[in-house]
Design a protein around this ligand. Structure first.
Ligand code: HEM
Length: 121
């Protein structure tokens, strides 16, 4: 498979996670009783996480990276954190603002890993 295909998949997955989590956070702040938004946000972010992972590993093998490069390990930790955060997003509306900022920080860290740390290495 063309590496560009995995790149597209990786970015679509990232968009889906942040779109889904944005919806879930807005719901927790504005309409905690809304079930359909909870479903939509959970399914969108769940599929997104899967796409990020599959495409991430596809990219590692297609682009010849090593699984133990620091920037990849950090991204893997970010992926685990993203997956775990849904519990707090859905259950702790009082943390919504903090989680909102944390998600932005996690995405910035992932981008820095690719465009700063990997590029330097
Ligand atoms: C298990 C988790 C992940 C793995 C194994 C992984 C792996 C990779 C690999 C191998 C690349 C290609 C780097 C290159 O072009 O040489 C990449 C690109 C990228 N990743 Fe990830 N990644 C993961 C999670 C994430 C997450 C969670 C984010 C964002 C929240 C993210 C954001 C990006 C971005 C922005 C790019 C640049 C895409 C491009 O320039 O084509 N990654 N990732």
């Amino acid at each position: 498979m063309d590496p560009n295909f995995y790149q597209v998949l990786h970015i679509v997955g990232i968009s889906m996670v942040f779109l889904g989590y944005g919806a879930l956070l807005a719901r927790s702040m504005a309409a905690p009783e809304n079930v359909s938004v909870r479903k939509l946000g959970s399914i969108t972010s769940g599929i997104g996480l899967l796409l990020i992972l599959v495409a991430g590993f596809g990219l590692i093998s297609k682009l010849g990276h090593s699984y133990t490069e620091t920037w990849i390990l950090v991204k893997f930790v970010i992926w685990l954190l993203l997956g775990g955060l849904i519990v707090l997003i859905n259950r702790k509306p009082q943390l919504a603002m903090l989680l909102w900022c944390l998600l932005i920080a996690l995405s910035a860290t992932a981008a820095i890993m690719v465009y700063v740390v990997r590029s330097a290495g």
